[in-house]
Design a protein around this ligand. Structure first.
Ligand SMILES: Cc1cc2nc3c(=O)[nH]c(=O)nc-3n(C[C@H](O)[C@H](O)[C@H](O)COP(=O)(O)OP(=O)(O)OC[C@H]3O[C@@H](n4cnc5c(N)ncnc54)[C@H](O)[C@@H]3O)c2cc1C
Length: 136
């Protein structure tokens, strides 16, 4: 699922996992189906230069309580997005887009297509397509 429509999210809780990693529970204003694993949120962060967007992977898809969780590592040498995220606490509101599934799983070519890619050899000898001109 890819939803680029901005919406409001409210911080439900924060947990300082380490001094540099904060876990934020977010409740989106618009309920949506459970996002696929690997999804992330696009979060509008407030920087001294103005608003900007940062991506944060979902570490909890909200199956149990409907809350999406992200873990943000503080960057001491960044432009300030992560540092701003570390100022957030319960009740704070954010503008987010997503969840965005930017890396959907690749099911792979499957045995038939893989065989064709290898040059027409069927994985089971004797059952593959016959050559147009049988060898002499
Ligand atoms: C799909 C995706 C998922 C992500 N998931 C997470 C996540 O789950 N948790 C998380 O903590 N972060 C995640 N990130 C990274 C996150 O989006 C931010 O980049 C991060 O929070 C830093 O933002 P910042 O504004 O503090 O730092 P930035 O200004 O973005 O800087 C980040 C780092 O890059 C360096 N840097 C900045 N500009 C340049 C430049 N021009 N040239 C070279 N180096 C530069 C800085 O020194 C710093 O170390 C994800 C990013 C993507 C794309």
């Amino acid at each position: 699922m890819t939803d680029a429509t901005p919406q409001r999210a409210t911080v439900g809780a924060r947990h300082d996992v380490t001094p540099d990693i904060v876990l934020l529970s977010l409740r989106l204003s618009q309920s949506a189906p459970t996002p696929p694993p690997g999804s992330h949120l696009e979060v509008v962060v407030r920087l001294p230069a103005g608003p900007d967007t940062r991506s944060y992977s979902l570490v909890d898809l909200g199956r149990d309580d409907g809350l999406l969780r992200i873990a943000v590592r503080r960057h001491h040498d960044g432009r300030g997005g992560a540092v701003w995220m570390h100022t957030l606490g319960p009740g704070d509101e954010l503008t987010v887009s997503g969840p965005v599934d930017a890396f959907p799983p690749d099911p792979g070519p499957g045995p038939q297509r893989a065989a064709r890619r290898r040059g027409g050899h069927h994985p089971c000898p004797g059952f593959g397509p016959r050559p147009a001109h049988p060898r002499q």
